[in-house]
Design a protein around this ligand. Structure first.
Ligand SMILES: [Zn+2]
Length: 294
């Protein structure tokens, strides 16, 4: 328990304290730490929290409160009041926000502060924060790159879903609707920029497919970007339904079920191939054996 994430929260500091809710635009590159603290103006910190649950909400969604019905009433009320007060006094700068549902762990009675004001999030050593010093030294300012941050955010959401006692099918539906593809897709987009098979590069139309589907994967496989394939809607549909797959060398396998005109119109032909690393090959082997319809 060395690192405490410290976030500047000047204008929302009072809301965090009142409702134990922190909301920030999605996505943002926090390395999720065990404990979190918030700084008010002047860099003063008063409390340490744990992130208990998370949820991504779209502020323009008319059915926004339906998306939090899986929380108990007290959490639902905290989120509702946070949103009402923040809209009244401050602003939601973007439609998509991540909400952290916090639990207060400890008070920092001596109210430590940074040596000078920082606009960015920083990390503290727990012992340094609790040392009783008025001015505390920052341990690190930047820890991980964006790629890893997207994944830790994704992981945090999965942890939340795994707390609910639900079936795999329900879990898959929740993952698709609540988290959407956003985080996994962002992670994939940091590696690939267009459909693996054609030139579609408009991010709005790219789909982050799991090679081995959600329902068949364990947590580690869900999170593994090597289990992802960035495809356009045509190629995603063919791949997802098992009408195409790839052999060990990355050469395309096309199902005999597809006739020549379908192949032409859906833009697949026998000369296509993709590059894969060893780990992707393993997932693809699974796809070829279990999903592909020869
Ligand atoms: Zn394509």
């Amino acid at each position: 328990m060395n690192n405490v994430l410290s976030i500047p929260a000047a204008s929302t500091f009072h809301l965090i304290k009142k409702y134990h809710i922190h909301a920030f635009p999605h996505p943002r590159t926090y390395d999720y730490s065990y404990l979190v603290t918030f700084r008010k103006k002047g860099g003063i910190m008063e409390e340490l929290y744990k992130v208990e649950r998370t949820v991504i909400l779209n502020m323009e969604d008319e059915l926004i409160y339906d998306k939090i019905q899986h929380f108990d009433n007290s959490i639902q009320n905290r989120i509702k009041h946070y949103i009402i007060e923040r809209k009244r006094d401050f602003v939601f700068e973007k439609p998509d926000f991540i909400f952290w549902i916090l639990k207060k762990e400890e008070s920092l009675l001596h109210k430590p502060q940074t040596t000078k004001p920082y606009n960015n999030h920083v990390y503290f050593n727990y012992k340094e924060l609790q040392s009783g010093k008025k001015h505390v030294n920052i341990a690190t300012k930047e820890k991980y790159n964006n790629k890893v941050d997207y994944l830790s955010e994704f992981k945090l959401n999965l942890e939340e879903i795994n707390k609910d006692e639900i079936t795999v099918t329900e879990k898959e539906q929740i993952i698709k609707s609540r988290i959407g593809q956003s985080t996994f897709k962002k992670a994939l987009l940091s590696i690939e920029k267009k459909c693996k098979l054609c030139g579609v590069s408009d991010e709005r139309f790219l789909i982050a497919s799991h090679i081995k589907p959600w329902s068949q994967s364990n947590n580690q496989e869900w999170l593994d970007v090597n289990n992802g394939l960035l495809l356009c809607p045509n190629h995603d549909s063919l791949f997802d339904k098992g009408y195409i797959s790839f052999d060990d060398n990355g050469r395309i396998l096309i199902s005999d079920i597809l006739n020549e005109s379908t192949k032409v119109f859906l833009n697949v032909n026998e000369t296509m191939n993709i590059s894969m690393n060893e780990s992707q090959q393993q997932y693809m082997k699974w796809h070829g054996e279990n999903q592909f319809k020869p």
